[in-house]
Design a protein around this ligand. Structure first.
Ligand code: ATP
Ligand code: MG
Length: 766
């Protein structure tokens, strides 16, 4: 038997081997939280305190769950396949499939990812003649999800004005629509499971007794409903229930905008009367200067549970800071430094370029591409979110549940088969009249439209019949052909990539079947095997025997259903998967939990990072600071910070001040590669201004000289009054560059300060 405990420090050891009581492990980045959680599971099993089926472990991404399973199998000689380790969504999916009847869902219910959900809402608004300017679909979606994340159904919301009353009404209509179509969105997975367990006492008690140890990673990111769900599962306030072991870092709470409530940490401590609070303060990831930067920065937040990090790794190199004139020169600098790193032997996959928003990546991508450095961008569309893949998935969904209207609408006329908007409107009217799905309403449509629609139904029925006995990969292949998706893309000029993606789905299905333990030849459509196949059974409130969740996936979900759930859940993940030998580019959010030897944090400018939206939100800047803390703590050995004076974003040039975060970082840890001169907006408090005022005026002087030169060569002068077609009247306050590159900073009063390209902007002298 392996000694699981030998490579843990004292605090980690204490945490891993705590008695079976509720515990909170509060620890900073890179202190081994995830390692502790995984080792505790292994230790509990190895010492015979619990069987693998008594463990429920929750992570935030599918990738993290997978990694945990892999690590466990390396530590223990057990088969981890059936273990309840997954994301909230994944675990709820499994519970709902098992108890679909009690949850009032069809066994083949399908999961809407956020893209699907948005289209479902757009459809709903249209069907109900709702003005989508007054009620933008996205806003309605946020409203619905926000309510669900708090565990609220429409009938439990007390609207405070007419607009909200309308939204509540739409929420109810949306839920009805989903129920009719047999689909559930992400938030619904949780809420449904929660309600099921609240309502159904035998079921609830069964699970409370079963899961003796419930462990949660990244606990700071749980929302209200997730916490309630955990409380229910762990039998809080009842006789039953296991121990809840939560691991988290309040300083890394970065999902408030999605309803995460960091207050759950203190609520947990209080409500469970947690006696075991362990802090891990030894960091195993980053060198000293990097860690100092993180510690000093986060100390500026007022709402903290309080902890620090130390390292034995030595100071290491200072954090390098670069000020660029523009986003383009920032990108060139990143390329130069990247080349140096590679030259010195760094592996490309150990270089990460992080940014606050996806829109910032384009310029850097372009520069890397031009320099011939392989790179990989995460956070763009994931495989299961790409249009062609979603089309194929829609056909597969119709094989499983033809009453899924979203899937029906997505492909009824794709590839085009002459079914126009009018035919769909007629069909929709028939469906509304009889309260049935679009698919079921087809026979009620007559004329030419009816014929084309009947042709589509025939295609679906025919393919369903043909694939009846087929294994999943074969079924996928036949569906790709019969749907004519493959031949459709073959005629498209840029279709080769799409065909490749579609063909990849056959391999994805093959891999899925083997990973999930379905026999390679198991028919994709096969319904669940008899309930007797699973050893245990519980009795539900009506006295019926129901399947226990111990049942292997294969007994509760057909391979096709399971594959479709997998596709939706994957599409919802927000974390990068590292592996390629390429420079890794991603948003700070996607970098959560990952680590790299070399990290660039780019675009550190006011309005970008911290993001301008943060000033509008309560606690906004503190959340941005936590995000910066997450970014800094991804780095092991080298960290680079950069900002640009001007940046082209969303088609407009912005003139940026450097981020306030620079004023919050310790001087000693930083090495300025460019003179540290530009004051930041918020720098008055304790910036270098106080320490080195001369430098500032030197810079002002230098800027004045440069500006004078630019003035001479551009033909424009400072102080000149101008008029612009869109921004109105303004005054030139600064000019830089020359000839075709000359740009002027102009104060347009009410329209704000703009930087305009003098060779493009049509300015009129006043
Ligand atoms: P984050 O907050 O970013 O999620 P974390 O607290 O979960 O970080 P881990 O990812 O578990 O930290 O660990 C960070 C790194 O330190 C990993 O590479 C891990 O293998 C290593 N590590 C953790 N504990 C030890 C230890 N006792 N000895 C050596 N290395 C360790
Ligand atoms: Mg972790």
């Amino acid at each position: 038997m392996q000694n699981l405990l030998h490579n843990l420090n004292d605090e980690q050891l204490a945490a891993v081997t705590l008695p079976a009581q509720s515990a909170l492990i509060l620890a900073g980045a890179g202190s081994g939280k995830t390692r502790v959680l995984t080792t505790r599971i292994a230790w509990l099993i190895q010492t015979g305190q619990v069987s693998p089926s008594g463990i429920l472990a929750v992570t935030f991404t599918n990738k993290a769950a997978k990694e945990m399973l892999t690590r466990l199998s390396a530590m223990l000689p057990i088969n981890t396949r059936g273990m309840w380790i997954g994301t909230f969504h994944g675990l709820c999916n499994r519970l709902l499939r098992t108890h679909h009847r009690d949850a009032a869902l069809p066994q083949t219910f399908q999961i809407l990812d956020s893209q699907d959900q948005l289209s479902a809402i757009k459809r709903l608004l249209k069907a109900n003649n709702v003005d989508d300017e007054k009620f933008p679909p996205k806003e309605v979606m946020y409203f619905i999800n926000g309510a669900k994340d708090q565990g609220l159904r429409a009938d439990k919301i007390d609207p405070y004005n007419a607009d909200e009353r309308k939204k509540v009404e739409l929420y109810q209509l949306y839920d009805d629509q989903c129920q009719r179509e047999g689909v559930v969105d992400f938030a619904e997975l949780l809420l449904r499971t929660y309600e099921l367990l609240v309502r159904n006492q035998p079921l609830r008690e069964h699970y409370q007794q079963r899961f003796q140890h419930i462990l949660v990673d990244e606990f700071q990111d749980t929302n209200d409903l997730q916490y309630k769900w955990l409380k229910l599962m762990s039998g809080h306030g009842s006789q039953n229930g296991g121990a809840l072991f939560a691991v988290g870092d309040d300083d890394q709470s970065i999902y408030a905008f999605r309803g995460a409530n960091v207050g759950n940490m203190s609520a947990f401590e209080r409500e469970y009367n947690v006696k075991n609070l362990i802090k891990l303060e030894q960091n195993y990831r980053s060198h000293g200067h990097i860690l100092d930067a993180a510690n000093v920065l986060i100390a500026n937040n007022s709402k903290r549970l309080g902890k620090n990090l130390r390292t034995d790794a030595g100071h290491g190199e200072q954090v390098r800071v670069y000020e660029a004139n523009s986003d383009l020169s920032e990108a060139s600098w990143i390329i130069e430094e990247t080349k140096n790193l590679i030259h010195d032997g760094a592996s490309r996959s150990e270089i990460a370029v992080l940014y606050r928003s996806n829109a910032q990546s384009r310029v850097i991508e372009h520069a890397l591409f031009s320099a011939g450095i392989p790179y990989h961008v995460y956070g763009g569309l994931r495989y299961f979110q790409r249009a062609e893949v979603k089309h194929a998935i829609a056909y597969l969904q119709l094989m499983d549940n033809p009453h899924n209207d979203s899937a029906f609408l997505r492909v009824v006329n794709f590839p085009a088969r002459g079914i126009g908007v009018r035919s769909i409107e007629t069909l929709q009217a028939a469906a509304d009249q009889y309260g049935i799905s679009l698919y079921a309403a087809v026979p009620y449509v007559t004329g030419k439209a009816g014929t084309s629609l009947a042709g589509f139904v025939k295609l679906i029925e025919g393919t369903r019949f043909e694939t009846q006995q087929m294994a999943l990969p074969e079924l996928v292949r036949v569906v790709l052909e019969q749907s004519t998706l493959l031949s459709h893309y073959a005629t498209e000029k840029e279709g080769a990539d799409r065909i490749e993606n579609l063909e990849q789905m056959v391999s994805a299905a093959t891999q899925f079947v083997s990973e999930e333990g379905y026999g390679q030849g198991a028919p994709a459509h096969l319904g669940p095997q008899s309930q007797a196949a699973s050893g245990m059974a519980v009795v539900n409130e009506d006295g019926f025997e129901i399947l226990d969740a111990d049942a292997p996936l294969a007994t509760v979900m057909s391979p096709l259903s399971a594959f479709l759930s997998h596709a939706s859940l994957e599409a919802g993940d927000n974390q990068a998967t590292i592996g390629q030998e390429a420079v890794q580019m991603m948003t700070v959010h996607s970098a959560k939990g990952l680590e790299f030897n070399n990290v660039f944090i780019t675009g550190l400018e006011e309005g970008l990072f911290p993001h301008e939206s943060s000033s509008r939100e309560h606690d906004g800047v503190e959340e941005e600071r936590r995000l910066m803390y997450v970014a800094i703590t991804r780095a092991r050995q080298r960290l680079y910070l950069s900002f640009a004076q001007t940046r082209m974003l969303h088609g407009q040039t912005r003139y940026n001040m450097k981020s306030r975060f620079f004023d919050e970082l310790p001087e000693d840890a930083l090495k300025w590669l460019t003179p540290k001169v530009q004051p930041s907006w918020f720098g008055a408090k304790k910036s270098a201004w106080d320490e080195a005022p001369l430098v500032g005026s030197d810079k002002a002087l230098a800027q004045k000289i440069a500006s004078k030169a630019a003035e001479a060569s551009s033909g424009w002068r400072l102080g000149q009054s101008v008029a612009h077609a869109k921004f109105g009247e303004g005054v030139i306050v600064n000019i830089e560059g020359s000839g075709n590159n000359a740009r002027a900073q102009i104060n347009f009063g009410a329209a704000g300060m703009k930087v305009l390209d003098l060779s493009i902007a049509k300015l009129e002298r006043l």
